[in-house]
Design a binder for this molecule. Structure first.
Ligand code: MG
Length: 386
């Protein structure tokens, strides 16, 4: 292969303070690591990702990166440098021409960054270039301090903050790692120590490293312009009959009558699925689960909602909010509404405060007023990649 991007996810994130390593925390409902991986691939030019992961987490990380071009994860070492070296060594049998090294805790790589790095190394002149990195000039005044007092000011002219992804000729970086005697905080430093040339390319303030909890909000703000909201609505009706259980919004509700239909006839959940499919512009529930197919007879509709939520994830989007209105005189929905919200939230994999279930009557008018059936309408708001 030609270009492989090492996705460094072996850290435990001690500075963050959360129970979960920061690369797994959600941004718009998706792990930081997944955003970082997709950002590496967005420009094209990268043939595959190589995740470098903590011991025992290869399977979990592979699941988070499902659908992306990935080599089998490599287990990292005690330090970042050791982890990079293990990743590089794993490629030695079939060496790529170029490697990128990227911190999984940087989820917002601006578009064009990877293309610029690869372009720099592809240029005919200068031929001595072994690496290229994005970096931001230091704009704050730099102080040396000790014991809470300023000792002196350091000139900042010519100083840069190095970011990732960093791109290197594979053979040069592997040699530098094999020769390294001291711990470096980035890979370019090892090439510098070997006297090799590394190009400085413009970095970006939005390419932040999630280090402290407040960085998650900053990262979401930086990612937001890449999404557009999409809204869908759904409507469904099923007839009330004797001898069937009443299933509403994923729960079986004690009631003398139940809803009739091919599946479990969960009218609220069907309306919600249609709202999600509508926001995706991917038809409706009947298209994905045709009533003509025996497989869906008396089916638990939970499966349909998991599918709809899975379609959103497959499109790289998130469900930001859903709202279901059940239209009936009986049963009374109020006592069950919070349990329904919890069940729907669980099925969609989103927080319960993003899920609304409410009810209304039609003042005893029409088929719902006469108790002949239950109707439901729903709305879903998604964020989809622009
Ligand atoms: Mg239905």
């Amino acid at each position: 292969m030609r270009v492989i991007a090492l996705l460094m996810a072996a850290g435990r994130g001690s500075r963050f303070g959360a129970d979960v390593p920061k690369q797994y925390l959600p941004l718009f409902g998706r792990p930081v690591l997944r955003h970082a991986a997709e950002a590496l691939l967005a420009d094209g030019g990268v043939d595959a990702l190589l995740p470098v992961v903590p011991e025992g987490e290869a399977e979990a990380v592979s699941a988070l990166l499902a659908g992306l071009p990935c080599l089998p994860p490599v287990t990292g070492g005690a330090t970042r440098q050791e982890s990079v070296r293990r990743g590089l060594e794993s490629l030695a049998a079939d060496p790529p021409r170029i490697v990128l090294v990227h911190d999984a805790a940087r989820p917002v790589v601006p578009r064009g960054t990877v293309a610029a790095l690869l372009g720099a190394l592809a240029a005919e002149v200068p031929q001595d270039l072994m690496g290229a990195i994005p970096a931001q000039p230091v704009s704050d005044t730099l102080k040396v301090g000790a014991g809470g007092r300023v000792l002196r000011t350091v000139p900042r002219a010519g100083l840069y903050r190095a970011q990732t992804p960093q791109a290197f000729r594979y053979a040069a970086l592997l040699d530098a790692h094999r020769a390294a005697r001291e711990e470096a905080t980035d890979d370019a430093a090892l090439l510098e120590a070997a006297g090799l040339q590394v190009a400085l390319l413009p970095g970006s303030e939005s390419n932040l490293k999630v280090t402290y909890p407040e960085d998650l909000a900053r990262a979401e703000a930086a990612l937001l312009p890449r999404y557009l909201p999409a809204m869908g609505t759904g409507f469904d009706v099923h007839r009330l009959v004797e001898g069937r259980p009443l299933v509403l919004c994923g729960l079986t509700i004690p009631h003398p009558l139940g809803l009739d239909g091919h599946s479990d006839a969960d009218v609220g959940l069907h309306a919600l699925c249609d709202a999600i499919y509508g926001a995706l512009a991917e038809g409706d529930i009947g298209r994905h689960f045709p009533p003509s197919e025996a497989e869906w007879k008396d089916a638990d509709s939970a499966r349909f909602l998991r599918h709809a939520a899975g379609r959103v994830a497959a499109r790289g989007g998130i469900i930001t909010h859903t709202d279901v209105t059940l239209i009936c005189e009986r049963p009374k929905i109020g006592p069950h509404a919070d349990a329904m919200r919890a069940r729907l939230a669980e099925l969609m994999g989103i927080a319960v405060d993003r899920v609304s279930v409410k009810a209304t009557t039609t003042e005893r008018l029409g088929f719902t007023g006469r108790g002949e059936g239950i109707a439901a309408q729903a709305a879903a708001t998604l964020l989809l990649p622009a």
